[in-house]
Design a protein around this ligand. Structure first.
Ligand code: FNR
Length: 383
């Protein structure tokens, strides 16, 4: 096993271990992937101010997100089909997050169900909800989340339809993979992934299969989901979801100050400035550039979080310094999961926390809650 010191090490191992179609599904953005790339590269334009002779003893990265105590303000973002990156992937990621003291968000499009994750964990997790047209299904999903004691719902509003990711089309992405010659050749070199999948109970999109009449397998599910994504979504409809869920509500996928104000109006408790990791509107600004105008519009009224592009503790530090109350990571923990299962997710979190802790100290801050814009050199016109 190579020595793992950074998130990039985990990505390399992940690439070797997981079938190409699932690696590509994760490691891609829509169309030209400009936004996907800039989500990360724009962090490099923000420089940190090194400070010296400042007391660095007794540091802490502890904070709160949505009123919950967290060991660092970094949540695991919802990632569809996490259970295809590693067997029981959602359960493994949720357990790692629970042990580490950070929130885990389960995707509507997960392989393991809300009930599977609830049975395997003891602390509440968050449920991500897509905006579908089927009211009965939506209400039942919120009810199931309540029953499972989920402590927040995350409504994703930036996926009324799917931004095309070329690689998924070219690979014929499906879960499980179809037994084509190309897939068989690929799988023959990914035996540890295959053995894991074979050794476990086959789960399939547990938040949907078995909960919608007529949906018994993944192929019927894909057609159902595509038909149910609400292309007519509006803020009145989002307010209806607010009324279906009486717990803390996060709206995910806000990039524009006007939309941020609408999110406040419908009663959200927090928003996530996010472009879905560059998977939806290619050519959109990176999230880190979109953050300041959103904060200017609603920062005093609501908790503002950020995701997209975070690959290190320094990225977390910069996002917090720009004003985010917390950040969410997607690929950074999926690399760990695909590389080494639960242990790998823990490794991703440890890497990020160590980098955050040391970098904040070198900027002269002992508490993550003291991080502010003073520690940054922001180029003119950045946002
Ligand atoms: C996602 N994302 C996502 N978001 C969501 O609300 N529901 C979902 O089911 C998914 N599925 C999903 C799958 C994969 C493979 C990826 C990479 C991402 C978006 C995710 O929650 C988050 O916004 C991004 O991952 C953040 O960008 P980074 O951290 O991956 O760069």
């Amino acid at each position: 096993m190579p020595v793992i010191t950074e998130i990039e090490d985990l990505r390399r191992i992940y690439k070797r271990r997981v079938p190409k179609m699932f690696y590509d599904y994760c490691e891609s953005g829509s169309w030209t992937e400009q936004t996907f790339r800039e989500n990360s590269s724009d962090f490099d334009e923000l420089y940190l101010r090194q400070r010296v002779a400042v007391d660095m003893a007794n540091r802490t990265t502890s904070s709160t997100m949505l009123g919950e105590d967290v060991s660092m303000p970094v949540a695991l973002a919802p990632v569809g089909m996490t259970g295809m990156q590693h067997w029981d992937g959602e359960i493994k990621a949720a357990k790692a997050a629970e042990k580490f003291g950070v929130p885990y968000t389960l995707s509507t499009m997960s392989i393991c169900s809300i009930e599977d994750v609830a049975a395997a964990t003891s602390k509440p997790f968050w449920l991500q909800v897509y905006t579908l047209t089927d009211d009965d299904y939506m209400q039942r999903l919120f009810d199931r989340a309540k029953e499972a004691k989920c402590s927040a719902a995350v409504i994703t509003v930036d996926l009324q339809l799917l931004g095309q990711r070329h690689k998924d089309h070219k690979n014929g992405l499906s879960a499980p993979p179809k037994p084509t010659l190309r897939n068989m050749i690929d799988l023959s070199t990914k035996w540890s992934w295959g053995m894991g999948m074979l050794s476990t109970k086959r789960r399939q999109f547990g938040n949907i299969v078995g909960h919608v009449e007529g949906i018994d397998d993944p192929s019927s599910l894909m057609a159902w989901t595509a038909a149910k994504f609400d292309q007519s979504l509006n803020w009145d409809r989002i307010r209806q979801f607010r009324d279906m869920w009486n717990g803390p509500l996060i709206i995910k996928g806000i990039m524009d100050p006007e939309d941020a104000r609408q999110a406040v109006n419908v009663g959200a408790d927090a928003i996530i400035v996010s472009n879905h990791g560059g998977r939806q509107l290619d050519g959109a600004l990176s999230s880190i550039r979109a953050l300041t105008p959103v904060l200017d519009a609603v920062g005093d009224k609501i908790e503002v979080h950020l995701d997209s592009g975070i690959r290190s503790g320094q990225d977390v530090l910069k996002a917090l310094a720009m004003g985010a109350k917390g950040v969410h990571i997607g690929r950074a923990y999926i690399y760990g999961l695909g590389a080494m299962g639960q242990q790998g997710v823990t490794k991703s979190l440890e890497i990020i926390r160590n980098e955050l802790d040391i970098s904040m100290a070198l900027c002269g801050r002992r508490h993550v809650t003291d991080i502010d814009r003073e520690i940054l050199l922001v180029p003119e016109g950045f946002s």
